[in-house]
Design a protein around this ligand. Sequence first.
Ligand SMILES: Nc1ncnc2c1ncn2[C@@H]1O[C@H](COP(=O)(O)OP(=O)(O)OP(=O)(O)O)[C@@H](O)[C@H]1O
Length: 794
Amino acid sequence: MAETDMDDLIEIIEKETDISEIPTSLPMMPVRDVVVFTDMLIPLFVGRDKSIKAVEAAADTDRYLFMCAQKVADDENPGKDDVYQLGTVGRIQKMLKLPDGRIKALIQGITKARVVKFKKQKPWFQVEVEMVEDKEIDTVDIEIEALMRNVRDSSEKILALRGEVSGDVGMILEQIESPGKLADLVASNLRLKVEDAQNLLETVDPAQRLLRVNDLLAREVELSAVQAKIQTNVKDEISKTQRDYYLREQVKAIHRELGDNDEKIAEVNDYSQKIKKAKMPEKCHKEALKQLKRLDQMHSDSSEASIIRTYLDCIVEMPWSKSTKDFLDIQKAAQVLERDHHGLEKVKERILEYLSVRKLNPSMKGQIICFSGPPGVGKTSLGQAIAKAMKRKFVRISLGGIRDEAEIRGHRRTYIGAMPGRILQGLRQCGTNNPVFMLDEIDKLGSDFRGDPSSALLEALDPEQNTEFSDHYLNMPFDLSKVLFVLTANVTDTIPSALLDRMEVIEISGYTREEKAVIAERHLFPRQLRENGLIRRSITVTSGAMDTLISQYTMEAGLRNLERKLGAICRKIARKIAEGQKGKFQVTKATLQKYLGPPVFQPELDQEESQVGLVTGLAWTEVGGEPLYIEVSLCHGKGELTVTGQIGDVMQESARAAFTCIKADMDILGIDKDAFETKDIHIHVPAGAIPKDGPSAGIAMATALISAFTGKVVNNKVAMTGEITLRGRVLPIGGLKEKALGALRAGIKTIVIPEKNKKDLHDLPAGVKRKIKFIPVRDLAQVLEVAFVDRDQD
Ligand SMILES: Nc1ncnc2c1ncn2[C@@H]1O[C@H](COP(=O)(O)OP(=O)(O)OP(=O)(O)O)[C@@H](O)[C@H]1O
């Protein structure tokens, strides 16, 4: 195999060889990839067997060798037709046998020759050749001279473009005067294709050959120029990349100096992802991006940046488009409500109606339900049950004592420590935009110079407005229309009327003893057992114990204290078990004291005997209904009326009205006419420290006054409620159910009620109606018929 290293510049051997001395029968060596020109000194690696043999045969004789190019470079064993007939006779100048069997030979081209005959096959090709000489040129004319100069220039140009030093070569080229030799030297260095080189070799006219070389050179110049340009572009590209890298590093350094480090870049990226994920409305999305851009341009340690960060955290966590799927299986919902709550039929029915409408009309505008009733009657747990039934999330916030509008609507972002309002905070916490949202204690909402929270609440609750609820902090509208608001209140009178107007109030009054016993047995006690780590089987509370627990250890409309007391019993038993005591524990009426100490309430005590001037009224307070005792005393004086016992204006007026009423009718009532001039009248309503108000004690006060003036004894088993007019008419009152339950708790057997309240009896639990006698009255005379104790009976 022959290889050439074209970068080793071939030397010009000027020494002339006598061609006639060269034998015409020569060993032939096919060479690939290269055409050997005359006067060319070429190093060859000879590897193929036949070629090695040919070189050895030449070396053994006079070192002449015929070299011709093979037509196909890959051909390992070319035949006579696979090589060009015209080649070059060369002379081996040096040769070296390499350890791997190959030969390295330095061969000099002497003359061109053509194969005349392929001789008998030896281990190598032996050929008969005839020498081919160049056409003679007599004189080098001007045209050839110009051509030669051109060729020299182009060669130098190429060398320069290739980045090779041209000094020596330029000199050598300058020294060559023969156009043929110049053509051969340049051609041998041009990295020509074998066909092109062979073509040149075969051109025997030196001028013609030079012309061709010139053409090839021109092409080569162009190629080299393009190549050089590409190279420059690549270099440019590399240096541009380097420059960019350098600039980027500088920008990074500047950012670092400004506090914009990698963390900040990561933070900004993180926020932009989160903003995308939050799926907020277009307008809000724009605002969020605006704020993010501001953050990006800020020093990350600045206080403003931390404000923006808190703001972005808030808006990306808002449930703009996250909602739970409503579950509206009415029967299942009924089961959930029934399982968690005993009684409350009307309330449950209303809730199921609501769910049914929602099922038929999913786009129904959010209605506002308000549960009103004393503490511990299950308002909150009903709200939770609604959420459970609909499979919605449940949020609860308490509005008690809120006076600042910003609590509802949020602070403007300019305030330090500004936050969104409680409604949006609640939504952010629960993570969906359609929870059951309970606003507790709406009746305790206040207002002062910091604004009116109820008006902000109105905007949040009103289905007409709340699609675009604007929170000051968020500073963008948030749609609250999917939220199911449930409000709770103890009384409805203190709820701002604009709010009250928009809600559907569902009254939940207290429970009777029987109801409490059932609820305690089914719900409260099992829960307390669970919470205290006890098993049901190990403890029993007898019904007698439960009854005493309800009547003597609690005095409430709801169930909170009862549950607390049951908890106390469970804790005591838990301790015993933990200390190693075994067996079953039974809580009876007799052992109850052991667990809870002496009874706290003695309901019958206050009214042990009937007296003159002492009447039992009924009050309706936030904690339910309860007896209200009215005392009247007469003492020596000038007819002055004093009313005490922390009573409000309305009650004061009611006392005056009652007084005037009986004064006007004193004859009929049998009151001594001097009594009003000679006696001072004092009406007192204990307990004096608790504020009381309302007109419903009117008939009770009138009765107490009459009793005091006439000396008639008032039946202590009769309670009364009703407003009185100056003409002695009895007007209706509110909260009859609560009052009746309170009276029952206090052991009252008869209640005098205004006739117009007769319709409310329908709503009373059957147990109450069974145990209490209700006497509807139209005027004071009818009240008195019931109120006074028959002396004979007495
Ligand atoms: N009808 C009922 N059936 C079963 N459990 C009840 C019933 N009513 C109330 N409860 C239980 O009584 C406890 C007190 O009820 P809850 O906390 O709902 O009262 P509330 O009316 O919301 O009181 P507040 O007005 O003070 O918030 C709860 O544990 C609740 O489960």
